[in-house]
Design a protein around this ligand. Structure first.
Ligand code: HEM
Length: 508
């Protein structure tokens, strides 16, 4: 058995298998039984109504086992196709419907009431549940994998490193690293690829926040592996050479090795009392020295899995959003003019009150950037960087007269709520002035909600406002191609990564 299959592929199909035919036979029988059970379970899911009391939600499971995974992943690649996929489903089945995605029956809740239900019932009726392929990429100790009490404790512990008081401490470092980024990578250039720049800047900011890593070979290596790792995130989970998922799993291994090196080095620096001031306040030092509320220190494997999660959570989301902000501002000159007005008045006020000239930004300055925040919110509304998440029913759930059986997955998503004309007039138009009014609860959820609401919210708000301030203060720009399409990989971005022509401003 397996004579014609090259050993490498055979090993990937049967990891850890010995070279004996009896083990091949046992493995084959196990795979056969698992496949039959999977099929039976899938088929029974079509008809199950639990005591005939309540019907299952409307919708279609698509093909047995595979379900609608291919269609969904295909639609996900493009902004327009995904909107179209959802529109057709909603037209046919209504605002919540069942499907079969990434190996599980899944109920899609893509409207404000559904998202509210999902966020408010986490821990009671539902718990976090990423598809197994994402779980393997994130690692078992990541906060995203923890549920119940374990999640609460970890969350409070991590929340402390990202809360308002901590963000005030990080402000100066973020601004300095931004200024050097603009000086080194923007000044003197006539044309740039905006997304490449925001990726570079955001990666170095998050590496600084987490492990005080300077630009250089370690950071380049980490970024190289990290990009490969993310690439397989929403791809077919086939762990064989040539597939994106396989490269992702390999990249995870190498990232953990790099993080291991960093942790060992940091412990040595701590023991020898030769840590930089910056390193003393970064997230790694806090994790190594501050016990949680139970008095326990975070284990090394938890530190590494969670550093990886924080990189994941804070890098692509922020960098893609910043590049889209550059894109939308360039497409709307009146928005640019209003931003110039806002930042000019902040700079002038600072000049009057600060005899060193316009000194470092303070949290008060950030609070004065009201219009800038509206521009950011409008970008996050039209193109939410983190557009969905998964939970699992931990008990049978009755929702709107339907049964969601225990074990089914539920998907929250913000795209359709953000696009809903009942809440956002003319929703596909980029209009920061709509934020003069507060939105209806659960209609605007770029940072999620409930117990898993993004803990990086305060940090990322600060980071984006500081970025926008210096961008507006230093440059004018136009799009090389104003008609670029928006795609997803899996985060929203323009197809050509937003090339821009830049002019440095000297008037400020
Ligand atoms: C524009 C930028 C960002 C957006 C749009 C965003 C969005 C989100 C969303 C929607 C969730 C909830 C996921 C779910 O419920 O399934 C989340 C969770 C999370 N975010 Fe963010 N995020 C951003 C930046 C950041 C940053 C900068 C950090 C850290 C430095 C961060 C750390 C986290 C963590 C650790 C979680 C998991 C929380 C948990 O499971 O309890 N995020 N984020």
């Amino acid at each position: 058995m397996g004579d014609n299959i090259p050993p490498k592929i055979w090993n990937a199909l049967c990891p850890g298998s010995a070279e004996t035919s009896s083990i091949y036979t046992t493995t084959s029988i196990a795979i056969l039984i698992a496949t039959i059970l999977c099929l039976l379970w899938s088929v029974s899911s079509y008809f199950r109504t639990r005591d005939g009391k309540l019907p299952l939600p409307p919708g279609s499971f698509g093909l047995p086992v595979i379900g609608e995974t291919f269609d969904f992943l295909q639609a996900w690649q493009s902004d327009i196709q995904y909107r179209e996929w959802m529109r057709k489903k909603v037209e046919k089945y209504g605002e919540f419907f069942k499907s079969h995605l990434l190996g599980s029956p899944t109920v899609i809740m893509d409207h404000p009431a559904g998202n509210k239900f999902l966020f408010q019932n986490e821990g009671r009726l539902l718990e976090n549940n990423w598809p197994w392929q994402v779980r393997k990429l994130l690692g078992p100790d990541s906060i995203a994998m923890k549920v119940g009490e374990e999640h609460k404790v970890l969350r409070r512990h991590f929340g402390g490193f990202l809360e308002h008081a901590a963000v005030i401490r990080y402000l100066e470092g973020v601004e300095l690293s931004m200024l050097s980024h603009f000086e080194n990578h923007w000044d003197g250039k006539e044309q740039l690829v905006a997304l490449d720049m925001t990726k570079r800047f955001t990666f170095s900011t998050i590496c600084n926040l987490l492990v005080s890593l300077d630009e250089g070979s370690d950071m380049d290596e980490l970024r190289y592996e990290f990009v490969k790792w993310t690439h397989g995130m929403l791809k077919l989970p086939i762990n064989l050479p040539g597939f994106a998922y396989y490269s992702s799993m390999k990249a995870r291994k190498r990232i953990l090795q790099i993080l291991d090196r960093i942790v060992v080095q940091r412990k040595q620096e701590m023991a020898e009392g030769r840590m930089s001031d910056r390193a003393k306040v970064d997230v790694l030092s806090s994790l190594l020295t501050v016990p949680d509320e139970k008095g326990e220190f975070t284990s090394e494997s938890s530190i590494k899995d969670n550093l990886l999660l924080l990189l994941f959570a804070g890098y692509d989301t922020t960098s893609n959003a910043l590049a889209l902000i550059i894109y939308f501002i360039a497409k709307h000159p009146h928005v640019y003019s209003q931003l110039v007005q806002e930042h000019t008045s902040i700079i002038e006020r600072k000049r009057e009150s600060d005899d060193r000239g316009a000194g470092a930004l303070t949290m008060d300055d950030l609070s004065a950037m009201k219009y800038s925040w509206k521009v950011i919110q409008e970008t996050l509304r039209i193109q939410p960087p983190a557009a969905m998440g998964f939970r699992k029913a931990i008990t049978d759930i009755e929702y709107n007269g339907y049964l969601i059986p225990k074990g089914w997955r539920l998907m929250w998503s913000n795209q359709r709520a953000h696009d809903d004309p009942r809440f956002f007039q003319d929703p596909l138009t980029f209009d920061p002035s709509r934020w003069d009014k507060t939105p209806t609860p659960f209609t605007f959820i770029p940072f999620g909600g409930g117990p898993r609401h993004c803990p990086g919210y305060e940090f990322v708000k600060m980071e984006m406002l500081v970025f926008l301030h210096h961008l507006i203060k230093k440059y004018q720009w136009t799009l090389v191609d104003p008609h670029e399409r928006i795609v997803r990989d899996p985060f929203p971005r323009t197809e050509k990564r937003t090339p821009i022509k830049v002019t440095k401003i000297t008037s400020f």
